[in-house]
Design a protein around this ligand. Sequence first.
Ligand code: ZN
Length: 317
Amino acid sequence: MGFLLDRAKSIYCFTNTLPSIHTGYSKTGMSVQKTFLFSIDFEEFETLPSQENFRQTPLPTLAKLLLDFLKKSQMVTTFFVVGKVARAYPDIISAIFDAGHELACHTDQHNTLNTLDPSKFRVDLEHNRAALLSAAPRAVVTGFRAPLLSLTPQTSWAYNILADLGFAYSSSVLPASNPLFGWPGFGTTPRQINGIWEVPITLGSGWRRSLPFAAGTYFRCLPMRWILKEFERSEKIASPIVGYFHPYDADIHQQYVLHKEMVRTPYLNPLLYWGRKQTIPRLRMLVEIGFVFDRYDHHFKKTRTYARTEGNERAFL
Ligand SMILES: [Zn+2]
């Protein structure tokens, strides 16, 4: 591993900023490596109807790129899949499941929760889950992520619907102010709401405390030195590091178009493109220095086997 650390340092010209490998301790004294809940919101890049014929890498090709990276890294993760995408590409969904990854819901039509109401959300979610189970009948679908992290105090009625439909967890909250959606008062650690575990996206520290450094755009655009410092700091926290990515985060051939959700904030659109070449190499670097990528459902099961980590902080309760 020392060789890998040296190699990472040489690539990025670091001196003493790379994190060491975290080990907590289980009840049985076994070491537990730090978990990165890397996940993929499996969706198309959606633009305006007038721009629909833009050049981009087909979703099956991007899926193969991500699956190959995960296979070579011997890592598994959670794919939050949009229902209409599952219906368009059932073979990809079954391949994701067969490769050992978790399938979870990302709504059926990728509409943000503020555009739905409880009854519409319930129907949408049922269609979303049915599409996943049609493609992968043996999957157990218990996870949810709201499009654009649109679960806020105003849309927290969603937890009742998730509980009614037998879901176990959501990872839909950005616990900070944000130009799009955010829930500043939520807190930074996972907690249960109406029986549903909410696992918020991990934020940075200091002046970066509103930045989800381990997630798509931020992970691509922020200096890697800062990101590694935040990973190092997060090692000391009992909760896992939580991020999110999209297939387009790795699409280096996509033509520049305005994303459908950026019409009101077009000044943010360039951020969806910057640094895409760095996505896979940066993720690979985290694997090489010892972080473990995992599925949410597996992480829940594992953390219930040990109640405390180093420093006697509670892990997932
Ligand atoms: Zn999405």
